[in-house]
Design a protein around this ligand. Structure first.
Ligand code: PAF
Length: 282
């Protein structure tokens, strides 16, 4: 696996491979990789001639009281995992490679960012859209792969790509879960075993709502109520939101008659966790 440690190196790599007509799959990450990231890499390997991943803990998407400083950084372990998954190149930029001196351009996606996580993490999606746009310009991928666990991020990025006429395909992949239902996340490692047990209520609540949906329930407040009840029973008292939205536009939904998604953000032991489940049965 080639290591690309600067803006110049990744641009030269991209130019060479595009000139030779190769398709490039791209998996942007912040590192602390887990099976969810590796599933993206494996799909990218299956669909492209070459795959490049990036690891960059992007400062502009963290708020002042968030976990930027303590976010796990383990590039050597991550590089080994990427290589084993068949990744061809790893872009490991420094802050100046992404935000050169004087950097003052930011990408703002409106509407879809003004709800859910956007309300609780001001500036977060601007940071995400900006870094992803810069990474796309450097890597010029044919396809880019994102996990649908960050559902709103996935919708925001698709919106940006459409609006800015970016010439690539965005692929969203299903959330990878542990056998007990817990969605994989780099932030799970902050949880003590006891907190992890409590956090399981998030996926359990979503599954309870899914079971009701599969039995014919379409009322948003009932589906959300089932999630909230499960969180309350587990003693999770700081819930940023549990809400029903339409899948593509992410417009709030009163009923789940059209394809919908239930989204949750809750805090367990000071760790903010998100999860979601699509309700798309015809
Ligand atoms: O999902 C993530 O890991 C990050 O938000 C991303 C897309 C790599 C941008 O920093």
């Amino acid at each position: 696996m080639e290591l690309l440690t600067s803006r110049q190196l990744v641009q030269a790599w991209t130019r060479l491979n595009r000139q030779q007509g190769r398709t490039i799959g791209f998996v942007p990450t912040m590192g602390a990789l887990h099976e969810g990231h590796l599933s993206l890499v494996r799909r990218a390997v299956a669909e492209n001639d070459l795959v490049v991943a990036s690891i960059f803990v992007n400062p502009t998407q963290f708020g002042p009281n968030e976990d930027f400083n303590r976010y796990p950084r383990e590039p050597e372990r991550d590089a080994q995992m990427l290589q084993q998954a068949g990744c061809h190149a790893l872009f490991l930029p420094q802050v100046e490679d992404i935000y050169p001196a004087g950097s003052s351009t930011r990408v703002t996606v409106s509407d879809v960012t003004e709800q859910l996580c956007g309300l609780f993490r001001p500036g977060h999606f601007q940071g995400v859209a900006t870094v992803v746009a810069i990474l796309f310009n450097l890597v010029m991928p044919t396809r880019a792969y994102f996990g649908k666990k960050d559902y709103q991020q996935w919708v925001v990025i698709r919106r940006m790509v459409t609006d800015l006429a970016m010439d690539l395909e965005i692929i969203g992949m299903e959330t990878v879960r542990e056998s007990d239902g817990m969605a994989l996340s780099s932030r799970n490692r902050y949880l003590t075993p006891q907190q992890r047990q409590q956090a399981l209520a998030i996926s359990r609540g979503l599954r309870a709502a899914l079971a009701a949906y599969q039995s014919g329930c379409r009322e948003g407040h009932e589906l959300v109520g089932l999630v909230m009840k499960t969180l309350e029973q587990a003693g999770i008292d700081r819930v940023d939101y549990a809400a029903l939205h339409q899948i593509d536009s992410l417009a709030p939904a009163v009923r789940a008659d059209a394809p919908s998604v239930l989204l949750v953000a809750a805090h367990v032991g000071g760790v903010r966790l998100i999860d979601n489940l699509e309700l798309t049965t015809p």
